[in-house]
Design a binder for this molecule. Structure first.
Ligand SMILES: [Zn+2]
Length: 519
C-alpha cells in the first residue's frame, strides 16, 4: 500500500510540469510588461468613461438609465470580444422603477434665483407647477408642530437642518501621504484621534422626532418638501424609503446647503420667501436587479471551471452621472479585461467580469450572485461553484489610484499579494493592510470567508462626488484609472495562472453567543 502511494507520487512528479509544483509566487514579468504597455499606450479608459457617464447618464437601480446602462455594457463587452456575455437576473428589487422626468425649482421672492437641485429618489411628483410661499418648519420638539397645524396644505415646506457650513482650508482633492500609508499598513491604527463618543440616546430622539414630523407632513397635505445636502455644499441624493405599491411619497428636493441656508435666514428675518417648483417623476414596474457578466474562458483542462472574478457596481444615484461612484470602477474592470483580451492571454482559470446592480440599496447584485452560485444564504451550505471560486477584486472608492490592497484580515494572502504588488511599487501601489474595508460588493464574498478584496485608493475629490449631482465625468482622474486597470489586469491574471486558488479564510468554530449579524 505504502509503496504504491510513493510510486504514484513519484510518477506525478514526472508527469506534472515543474512550475506546477513550485510553491513560490511566479510573477510573469514579461506578461506584466505587456499589460503595462497595452494599458498605457492603447488605453480605452477615456472612451469607456465618456460612454458610461455622459452618454448613458444616471443609473439609479431599476430606472430606465440603469437598464440602458446594462444594455450598453453588454454591447461593449461583446464588441471587446468577451465571451458568454449576458445580463443576468440577480435578485428581486422591492422599490421598483423610478425616473425623474423634470425638475425645476426657483426662488421667486424676494427676487428670482433658480436652484441646481435634485429630487430625492423614489419620491413623488408635484401637481404641475406649484407656486407657494415657503414655510420653514422650525421644529425642535414635538410640541413645536402644533403651531403649523392646518397651515401646510399645498405649501412648500423647508425642513429644519442641523448641518452647518464650515469653511474648509483642506484641499479639494487629496492623496494618501507616506505616513498615512505606513499607518494603514499596521494591523491597527496608531492614530489616536478619536471621534466624539456616539450619543445613542440623542440619535434615537432625533429619529423619533423625524418620524413625528414626517407623519405630520403627510396628514397636513404638504406639496413639496425641501431638504438640504448636509455638511458639504452639493445636494446629495439618497433615496426615500419606498416599497413598490406604496402610496407615492410627497415630492421632495435636496437643495445645496447654501440655497437652503439662504431661505432659512430670510425667513428668520421675517422676509417673505416664495418659490415655484415643478417635479415630474415616474414610478414603474421594474422588479429585478441584474448583473452584467462577461468572460475570458479558462484554457486549462483541470482549472478552467474555476473562476477569478473582478467587478464593480454599475448602478449610481440619480444626481450626476455616477462617475466616481461607480462608473470609474466599471470602466477599470472593463479596461482590465480589454487589456487581457487584446494580449490574447490564455488564462488557466476563467476570468469573469461582473458589473453589479443595486449596490447602493444594499449589495443586491453581488449578494444575488453569491446566493445563486456559491452559498445558500439560509443554511450557509456551499453550492457547487463554491470550491471553484478563485478570488474577487472590487473597485468602489472613487477615481483615485490604487495605493495597495485591503486583506480583510486574510493573513494567508499576504505573502502572495506582496509578490504581486512588487512590479507596481514605482506606481505608488505597495501598501498591504490586514484591515477591513467595508461598504461595498467585496463584502458579499468576504462574509462567507471567500477571498474578496478591495484596493486602497487615493480619495481625490470623493466627498464632492459621493452621491451628489457633482459626480460627473470631471471627477475622473484618467491617469489614475489607467494604472488601476493595469494593476487589476495583473492581479486577475496572476490569480488565474497560479497553481492553487487564492486561499479562503480558515474556518473557525462559531463562537457561542456570537452576534449573528454578518457585519
Ligand atoms: Zn459605490
Amino acid at each position: 500500500m505504502k509503496i504504491r502511494k510513493i510510486s504514484i507520487a513519484l510518477l506525478m512528479l514526472f508527469i506534472m510540469p515543474t512550475w506546477l509544483l513550485s510553491q513560490s509566487e511566479n510573477v510573469d514579468l514579461a506578461m506584466i510588461y505587456k499589460i503595462k504597455q497595452e494599458g498605457m499606450k492603447n488605453s480605452g479608459i477615456e472612451e469607456l468613461a465618456f460612454w458610461l457617464t455622459d452618454f448613458v447618464g444616471p443609473r439609479l437601480t431599476a430606472s430606465t438609465g440603469y437598464l440602458s446602462g446594462n444594455e450598453w455594457a453588454k454591447k461593449k463587452m461583446e464588441e471587446l470580444g468577451f465571451q458568454n456575455v449576458r445580463i443576468e437576473a440577480a435578485k428581486d428589487f422591492t422599490r421598483g422603477g423610478w425616473d425623474n422626468l423634470k425638475t425645476y425649482a426657483a426662488l421667486t421672492a424676494p427676487y428670482y434665483a433658480n436652484f441646481a437641485c435634485n429630487p430625492v429618489a423614489w419620491t413623488g411628483s408635484t401637481n404641475g407647477l406649484i407656486k407657494s410661499d415657503v414655510v420653514y418648519l422650525d421644529v425642535k420638539a414635538e410640541g413645536d408642530l402644533d403651531k403649523f397645524k392646518g397651515k401646510l396644505s399645498g405649501k412648500i415646506v423647508l425642513m429644519p437642518s442641523t448641518a452647518t457650513y464650515d469653511v474648509s482650508f483642506d484641499p479639494l482633492a487629496s492623496r494618501y501621504t507616506d505616513a498615512q500609508l505606513k499607518d494603514l499598513s499596521m494591523a491597527t491604527s496608531g492614530n489616536n484621534s478619536r471621534r466624539p463618543p456616539f450619543d445613542r440616546a440623542a440619535m434615537m430622539a432625533q429619529r423619533a422626532l423625524r418620524t413625528k414630523i414626517s407623519d405630520f407632513i403627510k396628514t397636513e397635505g404638504v406639496a413639496v418638501i425641501l431638504n438640504n445636502s448636509g455638511t458639504f455644499n452639493v445636494p446629495r441624493s439618497n433615496g426615500a424609503n419606498y416599497k413598490s405599491g406604496d402610496k407615492e411619497p410627497i415630492a421632495e428636493l435636496n437643495l445645496p446647503i447654501e440655497d437652503h441656508g439662504r431661505m432659512v435666514r430670510l425667513i428668520q428675518h421675517n422676509v417673505p420667501v416664495t418659490m415655484e417648483i415643478e417635479i415630474q417623476n415616474k414610478f414603474f414596474d421594474s422588479p429585478t436587479v441584474y448583473n452584467v457578466i462577461g468572460e475570458i474562458p479558462g484554457s486549462d483542462k483541470l482549472l478552467k471551471n474555476e473562476v477569478v472574478l473582478l467587478g464593480a457596481h454599475i448602478d449610481s444615484w440619480n444626481g450626476g452621472t455616477g462617475a466616481a461612484d461607480n462608473a470609474s470602477g466599471c470602466i477599470v474592470m472593463m479596461e482590465a479585461m480589454r487589456i487581457l483580451k487584446n494580449l490574447d492571454v490564455a488564462p488557466r482559470r476563467t476570468i469573469r467580469v461582473a458589473l453589479w446592480g443595486g449596490e447602493e440599496q444594499g449589495l443586491f447584485g453581488s449578494s444575488g450572485y453569491v446566493e445563486k452560485y456559491l452559498v445558500d444564504p439560509k443554511t450557509r451550505e456551499h453550492k457547487p461553484d463554491f470550491d471553484k471560486f478563485a478570488g474577487y477584486f472590487n473597485m468602489d472608492n472613487g477615481s483615485g489610484k490604487y495605493r495597495g490592497i485591503y486583506l480583510q484580515e486574510n493573513e494567508l494572502v499576504k505573502p502572495i499579494f506582496e509578490e504581486w504588488l512588487k512590479p507596481f511599487a514605482d506606481m505608488g501601489c505597495s501598501t498591504i493592510t490586514m484591515r477591513n474595508t467595508s461598504g461595498t460588493d467585496h463584502l458579499s464574498f468576504d462574509r462567507y470567508g471567500l477571498p474578496g478584496f478591495q484596493f486602497i485608493q487615493d480619495e481625490i475629490e470623493y466627498d464632492r462626488g459621493y452621491h451628489t449631482v457633482m459626480d460627473t465625468y470631471e471627477r475622473l482622474v484618467m491617469a489614475d484609472l489607467k494604472q488601476n486597470a493595469i494593476i487589476t489586469a495583473s492581479f486577475v491574471y496572476n490569480a488565474a495562472m497560479r497553481n492553487v486558488k487564492l486561499p479562503n479564510k480558515p474556518v473557525m468554530k462559531p463562537r457561542p453567543n456570537a452576534d449573528q449579524r454578518m457585519y
